[in-house]
Write a protein that binds this ligand. Structure first.
Ligand code: EPU
Length: 333
């Protein structure tokens, strides 16, 4: 295969900005070349890289690392009210969201400024401010990594849940997403502004106005990966049983929470970590962000292992203090 780079540093290819070498690296913007790379028998290990924004690299990568860089946005169909838009996997997520807003389409505004690419967004069903990717998802096209055969997954087959999908669970590592289709609104937009302080921030009640407000909140709370290495929320917000929640309330009457069902309650992990005094804490170059305790950061030359070790320390402390198990949301390699 041509274009293969040897012993390439992936520091610039993961938003944590940690150093990691990969034996062989290819970036491809061609679907045929992507298929050839997946089926290349010279390398028995393949590692698929998207925007590198939900990834903590703790070891060098053996075999072939393939960066999916397929580009393009197209309109598949439309009627008076809706449009089906397809974006290729290598499109930057936020630029795609801005494109949809420029066309006057609604549905993705709450998901503005999320780092990463379109093709990796379904894997963890990205979500923010009361909206998840699954809410506008129609289907995604994929390639089977073993056979090279194409397969389309619809909403049901994608098995979306809170920060998860079939691509993160039973079919982890089995398919590469090549494009995603969304159903967006052309009018009568469903505006969702009930999350936290979003309502107060919105100046104009339309998709663009909501996007602007979301961008402002994110810029205030979340570190820009271009300035300080991070991968967004490092942990999932834990869901606990109502009975356990009542116990927690006895000791901490002000615990913030959201009801998930009659028997389950979601607790913000950022609050738990914050209560333990970790906000802004630094351990070498690894740290907890000063404005949002759910985000771990790389202040300079932290290794993936150092960041993971801080994460494990936090997990142990939360377990010992609150008897709550924090689950890591970021993919650790
Ligand atoms: N909180 C604290 N201290 C902190 C952080 C949060 O007390 O350091 C409290 C806040 O005061 C608030 C609550 O925790 O009462 C929730 O905080 P926030 O609204 O910032 O949201 P989050 O639950 O921490 C989730 C997502 C974010 C998403 C926001 C907004 C997860 C794992 N994270 O964070 O997603 O942007 O809601 O919808 O669900 C991401 O996945 O990378 C991400 C950034």
């Amino acid at each position: 295969m041509k274009n293969i780079e040897k012993n390439k540093s992936l520091k610039a290819y993961n938003t944590f900005g940690v150093e990691c070498l990969c034996e062989n690296f290819i970036r491809t913007s061609d679907e045929g070349e992507l298929r050839d790379a997946l089926l290349n028998s010279n390398f028995n290990q393949k590692f698929i890289l998207g925007g590198g924004s939900n990834l903590l690299l703790t070891q060098n990568i053996k075999g072939l690392c393939i960066q999916v860089d397929l580009k393009g946005i197209s309109i598949i169909s439309e009627d008076e009210n809706h449009v089906i838009v397809e974006a290729m996997a290598g499109e930057n997520w936020h630029e795609f969201v801005l494109w949809t807003l420029d066309q006057g389409y609604g549905g993705l505004e709450n998901l503005s400024l999320i780092p990463g690419n379109v093709g990796t967004a379904p894997i963890q069903n990205i979500g923010a401010y009361g909206v998840e990717l699954k809410d506008t998802f129609v289907s995604c096209n994929t390639i089977n990594q073993q056979t090279g055969v194409g397969k389309t997954f619809n909403l049901k087959e994608a098995e979306f849940g809170y920060r998860t999908s079939v691509f993160k669970t039973s079919l982890k590592g089995a398919f590469v997403i090549t494009s995603v289709q969304f159903r967006l609104t052309k009018k009568n937009h469903q505006l969702i502004i009930d999350y936290g302080t979003l309502k107060e921030e919105v100046k104009k009640l339309d998709p663009k106005g909501i996007s602007e407000a979301v961008i402002k909140i994110r810029q205030r709370k979340l570190p820009d990966p271009a300035v300080i290495g991070n991968s967004g929320s490092f942990f999932k917000n834990p869901v606990i049983q109502e009975l356990e929640f009542q116990k927690l309330l006895k000791h901490n009457p002000k615990t913030p929470h959201y009801k998930v069902s009659d028997t389950e309650v979601k607790i913000p992990a950022g609050w738990l970590i914050d209560q333990l005094g970790y906000k802004g804490l630094k351990k070498g170059a690894a740290g907890v962000h000063k404005n949002q305790a759910l985000v771990l950061v790389n202040h300079g030359n932290a290794s993936g292992k150092e960041i993971l070790s801080l994460a494990q320390e936090i997990q142990l402390k939360v377990l010992a203090t609150y008897e709550i198990k924090l689950e890591i949301e970021v993919n650790v390699y």
